[in-house]
Ligand binder design. Structure first.
Ligand code: COA
Length: 326
């Protein structure tokens, strides 16, 4: 049995930026409210004509370069996204074509902000059992195209971007040491986009009702997010025989700075051990964790040998935690 580990990372953003001052001109809000309630100063926004697979492709190409592999070496591409280019084919298959991964199976995982952890949980066992050797797991989103810019509680949060990881067998003791994912569909309406599917379809009525945009119960989500990320992190660490004191760095999904602070407080994580880049990037859903890992590797915040805890929560609701030794 081989441990699966990350051997290359990449990330990409659209060049467009939406600052809090820009939002003040669009909805009834203020820079002060947004920063105090979310910690966000600006977010990335794709231009018209820019779409999810383009950012996933850029991130994937960087990850392949870092790993020293060719696209043909990849056997599976799992793209975590809630904002696909189109309903079919999958964004994973579209990225496969764009990078030329002719020996791979491309697919999507639809697990909102926890999607990257769902993806690495799936391929981890495929690598560990020897079924495959090289996988690409990508989190890619253009959330701003699903955001209702008349709804001030959602439009201040969501952002666009992509992060990608190449996974491969690594030496014993390194790589993914434990991982756990969960969902609870009973909370469906806490964060959802009801229109456009087989239930409501796309009609004049759904469009008038703005059903194709995200709708969110922010306050309810907030409480479940904090509880779920803290509980699953603890459960996973306990099962793997580690404590939070063993962990060098925690990278939570970048949902809201107050959620990150509350998770840190519940798990007794000192401020310097919990990563945040939400001020500059906003909430990029499934892309936030791979982007953060890549930033931490590039800045030296993650060093070889470090034990890193990833934890995520998102609409569905979904949540998860993964422990990686770099
Ligand atoms: N600017 C100014 N006021 C705003 C606002 C904005 N952008 N958005 C909401 N408000 C107002 C509300 O209308 C409400 O006003 P009222 O009291 O007059 O009705 C007031 O602020 C408080 O709203 P509330 O929803 O209780 O605020 P909050 O402190 O919960 O913050 C969120 C709202 C959305 C920032 C917060 O709930 C959140 O981040 N939740 C988690 C969301 C999330 O992470 N989603 C992604 C899942 S991964």
């Amino acid at each position: 049995m081989n441990n699966a580990g990350i051997i290359g990372m990449g990330h990409a953003y659209p060049s467009g930026v939406l600052t809090n001052a820009d939002l003040e001109r669009i909805v009834d809000t203020s820079d002060e409210w947004i920063q105090t309630r979310t910690g966000i100063k600006q977010r990335h926004k794709a231009a018209e004509g820019e779409y999810t697979s383009q950012f996933g492709t850029k991130a994937a190409q960087q990850a392949l370069d870092k790993a020293g592999l060719n696209a043909e070496d990849i056997e599976i591409i799992v793209c975590a996204t809630t904002t696909p280019d189109q309903i079919m084919p999958s964004t994973g298959a579209l990225i496969q074509a764009q990078i030329g991964a002719t020996n791979a199976a491309g697919m999507d995982v639809f697990a909102t902000c926890s999607g990257f952890l769902y993806g690495i949980t799936m391929v981890e066992s495929m690598i560990r059992t020897g079924q495959i050797k090289h996988a690409l797991v990508i989190g890619a989103e253009v959330l701003t195209k699903y955001v209702d810019y008349t709804d001030r509680s959602t439009c201040v949060i969501f952002s666009d971007g992509a992060g990608a990881a190449v996974l491969a067998p690594v030496e014993a003791g390194k790589g993914i040491l434990a991982t756990k994912i969960r969902s609870d569909g009973r909370f469906e309406e806490h964060l959802y986009a009801p229109g456009g599917g087989t239930k409501l379809g796309t009609t004049y009525a759904t469009i008038d009702n703005r059903d194709h945009f995200f709708k969110m119960k922010g306050n309810e989500l907030f409480k479940i997010a904090v509880r779920s990320m803290a509980e699953i992190s603890k459960e996973m660490l306990d099962k793997a025989g580690y404590t939070i004191a063993d962990v060098d760095l925690v990278i939570p999904h970048q949902a809201n700075q107050r959620i990150t602070d509350a998770v840190a407080s519940r798990l007794n994580i000192p401020e310097e051990k919990i990563f945040s880049n939400i001020a500059e990037h906003g909430n990029t859903s499934s892309a936030s964790i791979p982007i953060a890992i890549d930033e931490c590797l590039q800045s030296g915040k993650i060093k070889q040998g470090d034990l890193v805890l990833l934890t995520a929560f998102g609409g569905g609701v979904t949540w998860g935690a993964t422990l990686i030794r770099f």
